[in-house]
Design a binder for this molecule. Structure first.
Ligand SMILES: Nc1ncnc2c1ncn2[C@@H]1O[C@H](COP(=O)(O)OP(=O)(O)OP(=O)(O)O)[C@@H](O)[C@H]1O
Ligand SMILES: [Mg+2]
Length: 223
């Protein structure tokens, strides 16, 4: 269970807090979705949960234990927005092994199976994959570290309808095993797989019913 209690992020350089007293609760095997406009603090929230930035006040708890940024780096796996722009490996194998050359072939295969890319030859260059496959690879890169909490920044941004469906069904499948927190500027199809939903506006988080976003027909969101 992930708990955020009165989390505040207020860097000294900014006149007002970027995140203001955030309270959030997310159970294992749930997908939480935070919807907010550009500049509302979505990526900042994920960076704090991934241990890449330090909160100003408040607590972050996992199974009732308060976590430091170091522990959060172990616990969480963050997939950045447009993760394919950060690929550095020349092949799938290189991309998956970056930072952990010791990983067994089994762990690698498990991660590729989990994202539906096990059929691809390991020497395939990441750049030759489709947009949806590249997003899957970016997820595999995090899954290989076996994090408890997967953090996803705009996982469907810039994808066409069919690739968005691929990513949505993959996330629906991943939540059977992992806890996921997804942020996006618009609910789109993500709301249909969300268990919990919040809106973020000027750093303030408000719970909403995910079903309230499900009225629009699939494919209605032109990006
Ligand atoms: N360390 C920092 N110091 C000063 N300002 C910051 C810092 N980190 C983030 N900000 C500011 O906080 C606000 C929220 O930024 P953030 O990137 O989290 O928004 P976002 O919701 O992810 O936006 P987008 O949808 O465009 O990605 C922005 O105004 C940004 O400039
Ligand atoms: Mg952002």
């Amino acid at each position: 269970m992930l708990y955020l209690k009165d989390l505040v992020y207020h860097p000294a350089a900014t006149p007002t807090a970027i995140l203001k007293s955030i309270n959030l609760e997310l159970a294992p095997q749930q997908l939480g979705l935070v919807i907010g406009p550009s500049g509302s603090g979505k990526s900042t929230l994920l960076e704090i949960l991934a241990g890449l930035a330090s909160k100003t006040t408040g607590s972050i708890l996992w199974r009732d234990q308060e976590l430091t940024p170091d522990q959060l780096r172990q616990l969480a796996g963050l997939v950045f927005q447009f993760p394919e722009r950060h690929f550095c490996g020349h092949t799938l194998l290189e991309e998956l092994r970056l930072g952990h050359p010791e990983l067994s072939k089994d762990r690698l295969d498990q991660a590729l199976v989990a994202v539906g890319l096990a059929h691809l030859p390991l020497p395939t260059p990441p750049r030759s994959l489709s947009g949806g496959q590249q997003r899957r690879l970016a997820l595999a890169v995090q899954l290989i570290r076996q994090p408890y909490l997967l953090l996803l920044d705009e996982p469907t941004a810039g994808l066409d309808w069919s690739m968005r469906q691929q990513v949505i069904s993959l996330l629906a499948q991943l939540k059977q095993q992992w806890t996921l927190l997804v942020v996006s500027h618009e609910p789109g199809e993500l709301a249909s797989i969300a268990d919990r939903c919040w809106t973020l506006s000027y750093g303030e988080l408000t719970p909403v019913d995910p079903a309230s976003f499900n009225r629009q027909p699939l494919g209605a969101n032109v990006e």
